[in-house]
Design a protein around this ligand. Structure first.
Ligand code: SF4
Length: 333
């Protein structure tokens, strides 16, 4: 074939092999789409197996590029290794009206672990003073990004309308129990989401749906190397118990005895359960853009999330005609 030695995959494009369909992710244009072509031979991408029309289509869309043979080595594939320098990168802190553990002590400890992303979920109404205290503490920390989940109340809307620009680390504000659904950008790049759903406990987490898929390079590489939800993550539950995830039973300790928790204790086996290790997920074309949950699972630590509504063997979502629950295939065992 005349193209054989001169075409290759653009370095910004990445294919994920599924059981029936494959996914193409374009990191540069930030988009993903299904590909039905037979792209793989013995599990590896094999461009020589493509028909001429398929090659032309992929070249036209700048997914394949033509490269002079002598320059081929200069267009190397994207590196797929991944890690982050923080001891703990992401934390979820849960609060309700019964939460009496000290938030200041919690945030100072997390800052010592070089925390970068934090989500604080208020399941009941905090005071404006509580929020202001948290914002002041995080302003001078290593934190890069803060997400707040709050019950909808007019006083919070007014407070953030007046003060959001003072706290540039806030990148997401979610108001649950709102009278309407709305998704908007406020003050530059802070996303503000209003949802009718009442989020009153950690049980609302772990939903698998295309809305939550993420095709950023970081998310894809994290999913390829580690568990995208639990790697270098901590959850502080409503009682101040420190866990890998607030919904888990096992706790490393509590905020009250935080001094006795060793950094090495925080690492769990869940950090290393990748999508490629999980039954059904490992055959799914969405596996590197999907979310994961190791708390709500179908049956066992390496089974797919029970909140998943997709069958990768038939490419049907629950609600589609002829949807059925996926069996555990062993295609990639
Ligand atoms: S099977 Fe479900 S949970 Fe697993 S990767 Fe696919 S969509 Fe995600």
């Amino acid at each position: 074939m005349k193209y054989k030695n001169t075409i290759q995959l653009a370095s910004n494009c990445f294919f994920i092999k599924g059981f029936k369909k494959h996914l193409l992710i374009d990191f540069q244009r930030e988009e993903w789409f299904h590909v039905d072509f037979n792209l793989f031979k013995n599990g590896s991408l094999d461009l020589a197996a493509l028909e001429k029309e398929e090659i032309d289509y992929l070249i036209e869309n700048q997914i394949l590029i033509t490269v002079p043979t002598k320059l081929k080595k200069k267009f190397s594939p994207i590196l797929t290794n991944f890690d982050v320098p923080s001891i703990i990168e992401f934390a979820i802190i849960d609060r309700n009206s019964e939460s009496h553990y000290p938030i200041e002590k919690t945030l100072i400890w997390l800052d010592q672990l070089l925390l970068k992303f934090c989500q604080i979920r208020y399941f009941s109404m905090p005071s404006i003073g509580d929020i202001q205290h948290v914002l002041n503490l995080t302003s001078s920390s290593n934190l890069e990004s803060l997400e707040l989940l709050l019950p909808y109340h007019e006083q919070f809307i007014v407070f953030f309308d007046e003060n959001l620009r003072l706290f540039p680390k806030i990148n997401y504000l979610v108001f649950h129990s709102a009278p309407y659904d709305k998704n908007e950008i406020a003050n530059g790049d802070t996303r503000r989401l209003f949802v009718r759903e009442s989020i009153l406990s950690s049980n609302n987490c772990g939903i698998v749906h295309p809305t939550y898929f993420s095709h950023t390079r970081k998310h894809v590489l994290k999913n390829m190397n580690f568990n995208s939800c639990l790697y270098k993550k901590l959850g502080i539950d409503i009682n101040g118990k420190i866990k890998n995830c607030p919904s888990m039973e096992f706790a490393f300790g509590s905020v009250d005895d935080i001094e006795s928790i060793k950094i090495t204790d925080l690492e769990t086996e869940f950090w290393y359960i990748k999508k490629d290790d999980i039954h059904v997920c490992r055959d799914c074309e969405f596996r590197y853009i999907c979310t994961d949950c190791r708390v709500r699972v179908v049956d066992g630590i390496k089974s797919r999330p029970s909140t998943c509504l997709y069958n990768p063997y038939t490419n049907k979502w629950k609600g589609d005609k002829d949807y059925n629950e996926p069996e555990i295939f062993t295609t990639r065992a």
